[in-house]
Ligand binder design. Structure first.
Ligand SMILES: Cc1cc2nc3c(=O)[nH]c(=O)nc-3n(C[C@H](O)[C@H](O)[C@H](O)COP(=O)(O)OP(=O)(O)OC[C@H]3O[C@@H](n4cnc5c(N)ncnc54)[C@H](O)[C@@H]3O)c2cc1C
Length: 264
């Protein structure tokens, strides 16, 4: 039996006060992860607080050299946005690789990063693009936001309101996807900016991570050849029926080189 109360928050303040008052409550965004979790009885929330009727959480806007994407903006909207396609083409393309059309038309950026699935695509983009996560309480740098397997820096009662990305022309995401779920077995997002190169890997480990050796090599010589001999250690990588740790380590190098090639 499901036993929870459902309510649609009328405002950000309403959602924050409801989630802050009940530690068994759960926010629901697109429901693409939360609803299967409930069906499998892996979560038993006391309340579901629906964020879908809060207009301030939706939409994409430009703030000078940055693009701000509201937490409730769906993957399909990011993929189709002219603002994102012009300002960060790699981000728009990445959103178009998530799941299938049904998932992209329900799933949201806020739900994806708050959930921090190890095989999700957005964590790679958020870290490689050095984005800032905005919450109802503060701003959190990408490098501090994703803290472990399904873990983030969000505190109880804290919710994602938007993500701010600086515009970057030279960036690319390469994903080796699971053909059934379409999640990343390994995904590598490379971004070259005035302040340096960032290489973020998703799918390979418990949580998104950067590859410092590749970033340094690419800062000196931004070409696939510069990283061809850089292998990441297999220790701590995911190993499952889809791919061994050894195979994932190999894929990180292959996907990184493809991403650099595509940037060039
Ligand atoms: C078949 C299938 C295939 C998929 N394939 C991919 C894929 O290829 N790549 C990929 O990246 N993802 C994939 N996904 C995941 C999907 O893209 C969603 O992004 C993800 O499920 C979470 O987003 P949501 O909006 O549905 O969040 P929900 O399921 O509603 O919520 C997820 C979690 O985040 C919390 N939450 C939601 N919004 C907020 C907020 N604003 N602040 C704080 N906490 C919040 C909820 O309480 C819940 O714990 C797939 C999902 C399915 C079902």
């Amino acid at each position: 039996m499901y036993e929870f109360e459902y309510s649609r928050a009328a405002s950000l303040e309403d959602a924050a006060s409801k989630i802050g008052a009940d530690e068994e409550a759960k926010l629901v965004a697109g429901g693409m992860t939360l609803l299967p979790t409930l069906k499998l009885r892996l979560a038993k929330p006391s309340q579901l607080i629906d964020l879908s009727a809060i207009p301030s959480l939706k939409g994409i806007s430009e703030e000078g050299d940055a693009i701000v994407i509201g937490a409730m903006t769906r993957h399909a909207d990011v993929n189709r946005s002219d603002v994102v396609r012009r300002g960060i083409p790699a981000l728009a393309a990445m959103a178009g690789l998530i799941g299938d059309p049904a998932v992209r038309n329900r799933g949201t950026i806020g739900g994806s990063i708050a959930n921090n699935d190890p095989a999700a695509d957005y964590p790679g983009a958020v870290v490689a693009l050095n984005a800032t996560v905005r919450t109802n309480k503060r701003e959190i740098a990408a490098d501090q936001f994703f803290t472990g397997l399904f873990e983030t820096a969000l505190e109880p009662g804290e919710l994602v309101t938007a993500v701010r990305f600086s515009k970057v022309a030279q960036a690319n995401y390469q994903k080796f996807r699971n053909p059934a779920s379409r999640y990343a077995i390994v995904g590598v997002f490379v971004a070259k900016t005035a302040s340096g190169v960032r290489v973020a890997v998703t799918g390979a480990g418990a949580c998104v991570f950067r590859v410092a050796a590749m970033e340094t090599a690419l800062a000196g010589n931004f070409s696939p050849d510069a990283i061809k001999d850089i292998q990441i250690p297999q220790d701590g990588l995911n190993s499952d029926i889809h791919a061994s740790a050894e195979y994932r380590a190999h894929l990180v190098n292959v996907m990184a080189r493809r991403a650099v090639q595509a940037c060039a």
